[in-house]
Design a protein around this ligand. Structure first.
Ligand SMILES: [Zn+2]
Length: 210
């Protein structure tokens, strides 16, 4: 842990309730830490260039550029224009998913049955968070799933398995340009991505020089 990063000198320190959306603007050089407070909580995350939201996170470019399917320390989170939006500077879990996308009401009905149609989902959270920044659902693209365990099987299939993040696990993301970060604290209860029990998370932001 970077000992300069403690809650006393953070400019923001918030708990995000279970199932809730969240967003923030970070200036270049600032660091965002996301704590999985109770463990096994998927944190769906999207990133945009704060000065031009047409430039946004690209899971395809990120995977291709690093030659690995997982996100972890050292991963450059690239935009659709090939520039680094944020860099993962610390990770106490080891790997995070950026292939499986976000849950939606529509996908839930296909995967789990029509009775799940009215359960809250990440896509709804993203739309709420995006609206705060002048964006709509057409701006929602493939995301990162921090703390979500999506092993890629030898067959090439994606599995959604029990989470591997322990209580207190965290990731640090350094903004490489001014960015908007959207988070959906995933409300899914129909598969093990949240241990069938969505829980709160904590976010902190530090200025570039602390
Ligand atoms: Zn979700």
């Amino acid at each position: 842990m970077d000992t300069n990063l403690n809650s006393a000198n953070a400019r923001l320190d918030e708990t995000i309730a279970a199932r809730a959306p969240w967003s923030a603007v970070l200036h270049a050089g600032e660091t965002l830490r996301i704590f999985d407070l109770e463990g096994q909580q998927a944190v769906d995350t999207l990133i945009y260039n704060a000065n031009d939201t047409n430039e946004r996170y690209s899971c395809q470019d990120t995977i291709a550029a690093q030659g690995s399917a997982y996100v972890t320390t050292g991963t450059a989170l690239l935009s659709n224009e090939g520039r680094t939006l944020m860099t993962v500077t610390a990770d106490t879990v080891g790997r995070h998913d950026t292939s499986a996308g976000a849950c939606s009401c529509e996908a839930n009905t296909v995967r789990f049955g029509h009775h799940t149609r009215y359960m809250h989902a990440c896509r709804e959270n993203f739309i709420i968070a995006a609206a705060r920044h002048g964006m709509t659902k057409r701006d929602i693209v493939g995301n990162i799933n921090f703390f979500m365990n999506v092993p890629i099987l030898p067959s090439g299939e994606l599995a959604i398995d029990d989470g591997i993040s322990a209580p207190g696990s965290y990731v640090d993301l350094r903004a490489e340009m001014d960015v908007i970060v959207l988070i959906s604290n995933c409300p899914q209860v129909n598969n093990p991505c949240n241990g069938f029990n969505p829980t709160p998370i904590r976010v902190l932001i530090w200025p570039g020089q602390v």
